[in-house]
Ligand binder design. Structure first.
Ligand SMILES: Cc1cc2nc3c(=O)[nH]c(=O)nc-3n(C[C@H](O)[C@H](O)[C@H](O)COP(=O)(O)O)c2cc1C
Length: 348
């Protein structure tokens, strides 16, 4: 396609036009496996991803995921009920394996026969058999190809390969390297996460071999996300150098936006004489504080890609815009891609 011709095609999709024109479907093994319409998963986010957010994403055709985090079991059950009252489409729930309640949450999800279980921060091998027996699809998050292989052997249906650009708990490898490495290591489908927030990122992930993407940071600012306005505002104004990793010393690195909490954590972490309890009390409840509006003393978990998030629109707007943009880029010749990306404002 000629460059000028391509520009003409692109002009049909200015950043702000809605509803977006639907082109062909993007069906993959992941959309078939999870019973969803578009290959987009909303990443679990502890204290953030509740039943309302998950239902909005599922209703828009993606997969919404409730984050169990370390919340009480009754809260998790209540949120599943809320989501079920808002959508009949498939729903996911994430088990944070570091939580002392992980086994209880795991049993709840099998009892309720939740369609999709995702897991974070560790290996869910001990629970996979029960989930599969209950008919749940099991999709662990992995940060290395070695863990991806173990998960495939343990019976996982797919894996989420999450690069260290991501918000929240992270590994060491970047999405750019991890996704193709995991694709080479396993034959189950791979979902890419970390640093993806628009159609450019989705198409890039597909080029690396992924068959769906998981996004967390992009969904932090949408209308249906219940975090404080102050937290959303920090994400919206973030620049590319505004995230920092804390917790490396404790073996649990976490990416978030720079603020007083992060500065204090970094200073304490670098003090060899520090009493570990002091750090522990700084971390305790820190994400929840930010979610509730204390954006200086709370942990503002967000990924590097916050610098590409500029809008507060709803889940449907984000998903439809992103799919239209990815499909438009996919139709371009390589030499036309640069032109197709030449615009300013919110990219979809
Ligand atoms: C505030 C926040 C909380 C998160 N909590 C969890 C969690 O409880 N469990 C989990 O598996 N991943 C968690 N994540 C990771 C996301 O599910 C997702 O994989 C990640 O955000 C993708 O990278 P991105 O932020 O660049 O989109 C969290 C991320 C954020 C930003």
């Amino acid at each position: 396609m000629a460059r000028t011709g391509n520009k003409r095609v692109f002009a049909q999709y200015p950043a702000s036009s809605f509803p977006f024109e639907k082109e062909q479907d993007m069906r993959t093994r992941v959309t078939e496996l999870l019973g969803i319409e578009v290959p987009i998963i909303q990443g679990a986010m502890a204290w953030v991803a509740d039943g309302r957010l998950a239902a909005a994403v599922s209703e828009a055709g993606g997969l919404g995921v409730i984050a169990a985090g370390s919340a009480p079991i009754a809260w998790v059950e209540e949120q599943i009920g809320i989501a079920r009252s808002l959508t009949t489409k498939p729903l996911g729930v994430n088990v944070m394996l570091m939580s002392p309640q992980a086994a209880e949450v795991a049993a709840l999800l099998a009892r309720l026969r939740v369609e999709v279980v995702t897991t974070g921060a560790g290996s869910p091998s001990a629970f996979i058999e029960d989930w599969k027996a209950a008919g749940c699809k099991v999709v662990p998050v992995v940060a290395s190809s070695a863990l991806a292989k173990r998960m495939e052997r343990a019976g996982a249906d797919a894996v989420i390969a999450e690069g260290c650009e991501a918000g929240g708990h992270i590994g060491e490898l970047t999405t750019m390297v991890l996704v193709p490495a995991v694709c080479e290591a396993v034959s189950i489908p791979v979902i890419a996460a970390g640093g993806i927030a628009d159609g450019r990122g989705l198409l890039a992930a597909f080029t690396l071999g992924a068959e769906a993407v998981q996004m967390g940071t992009r969904f932090l600012t949408i209308e249906e996300c219940g975090i404080s306005d102050a937290y959303k505002e920090r994400v919206l104004v973030a620049k590319d150098s505004d995230t920092v990793v804390t917790g490396r010393g404790s073996g649990h690195p976490v990416r978030g936006l720079k603020n007083a909490f992060a500065r204090k954590a970094r200073v304490l972490e670098s003090d060899p004489s520090l009493d570990p309890d002091e750090l522990e009390s700084l971390y305790a409840g820190s994400l929840r504080r930010a979610v509730q509006g204390d954006v200086e003393n709370g942990s503002l978990m967000a990924g590097q890609v916050a610098c590409l998030v500029h809008e507060r629109k709803d889940a449907r707007h984000v998903i439809e815009g992103l799919m239209a943009k990815a499909q438009q880029l996919a139709a371009c010749d390589l030499d036309a891609l640069a032109d197709a990306n030449a615009f300013h404002g919110q990219a979809y």
